[in-house]
Ligand binder design. Structure first.
Ligand code: TRP
Length: 348
């Protein structure tokens, strides 16, 4: 049977929030703990973060530690997973340079995630080349480790598509040196694109509609109690809407049957709660209080574990150094195979 290898990661541009958690982080921990994977690589993509934050290196540097803390807090375990910092693996840059030959400018222009990001950042008339080509660098990240499985959020689907194209092209033109990866998305629809607490499409640091994994119990409660619900549900007796109602979307993503037993025993499950809300007679405050209990129970152990690691930044950097060194060995093996396939292995 083929060896299964995971590679995934995040840009260190801020603390991780619950959108990251249900979109990918929670699944990574589960996958790590199945023991089905020969290797699990978790990358902090600082070089990619610099493609659109090149003028703010201190921010990127500071967030490396924050993201590593979030990883440890959710239960990614350095005994089972290798944590690495992208910029510390120079082989990735070399691979990127060779893959650039296999990708056209028009193909990059068609990448929907890149398109959206160019708009968001106001890059339309002035796209930095480094930013424009980051999907190619991401293909290097994935293939350097011969990853078979890439658990990420839905917005990364175009990157995986481009990676697979590069792999097929490389293997066809040169020699079969690279592994074609598969994306792994969450199966729960509410988790694919968790809206912000204001009901807006996406959680975003700049809008300020995020619940962070490191938020205090008070911050969580305040954010939950002021969440966007159904604007037409004015009185408790009014029938309410579930679709587009952020409180219910969050319950879809986070609530478990045992939460009902513990905090809302009048209802057997989420369907019963939804039915009551739709009929009318169920107030938003009651639903929000329940969601608050669910969120507190979910995030409390994460916050506590984070605090344990926060006191020892030196240990975090030691872990990242060791992981980066180990990861570099894997990437170097792939680079050797790539150079051999491309006939640029002159000196043996
Ligand atoms: N693009 C990812 C993000 O924005 C980060 C990332 C960089 C990544 N390289 C990767 C994800 C390789 C998965 C695999 O969060």
């Amino acid at each position: 049977m083929e060896k299964k290898i995971i590679l995934t990661g995040d840009r260190p541009t801020g603390k991780l929030h619950i959108g990251h958690y249900v979109g990918s982080l929670r699944q990574r921990v589960e996958l790590q703990n199945t023991g089905e994977f020969e290797k699990v690589f978790i990358m902090i993509a600082d070089a990619q973060a610099l493609t659109d934050h090149f003028d703010n290196p201190q921010m990127v540097r500071d967030n490396i530690e924050q993201v590593a803390l979030d990883y440890l807090a959710i239960g990614l375990d350095p005994a089972k997973s290798t944590f690495l910092i992208q910029s510390q693996i120079p082989e990735l840059t070399e691979l990127t340079f060779y893959y650039m030959n296999l990708v056209t400018v028009s193909r990059l222009q068609r990448n929907p995630t890149v398109k959206a990001e160019i708009k968001q950042r106001g890059f339309e008339t002035n796209i930095p080349v480094g930013f424009f080509t980051y999907p190619i660098s991401q293909a290097a990240d994935i293939t350097a480790f011969q990853a078979t499985t890439v658990p990420v959020g839905e917005d990364q689907e175009p990157m995986l598509e481009q990676t697979r194209e590069i792999v097929r092209k490389f293997n066809e033109i040169y020699a079969p040196a690279l592994t074609e990866p598969n994306i792994l998305l969450p199966t729960n629809k509410a988790c694919l694109r968790l809206p912000g607490t204001d009901g807006k499409a996406k959680m975003s640091k700049s809008i300020g509609n995020c619940i962070y994994l490191s938020d205090s119990a008070d911050e969580i409660r305040q954010k939950v109690m002021s969440m966007y619900t159904d604007p037409e549900h004015l009185q408790v007796s009014d029938p309410g809407h579930i679709e587009g109602n952020t409180v219910f979307t969050y319950l879809d993503a986070f609530s478990l049957p045992e939460h009902f037993e513990r905090y809302l025993p009048d209802y057997a499950n989420l369907d019963e709660l939804k039915d009551h809300y739709k009929r009318g007679g169920l107030g938003d405050v009651k639903v929000k209080r329940f969601l608050n209990e669910v969120m507190q129970e979910t995030l409390e152990p994460i916050r506590t574990r984070r605090q344990q690691y926060e006191n020892d930044p030196a240990a975090i950097f030691e872990m990242l150094k060791k992981g980066s060194e180990l990861a570099r060995e894997s990437a170097a093996q792939t680079l050797d195979r790539v150079k051999e396939a491309m006939k640029i292995n002159y000196f043996g």
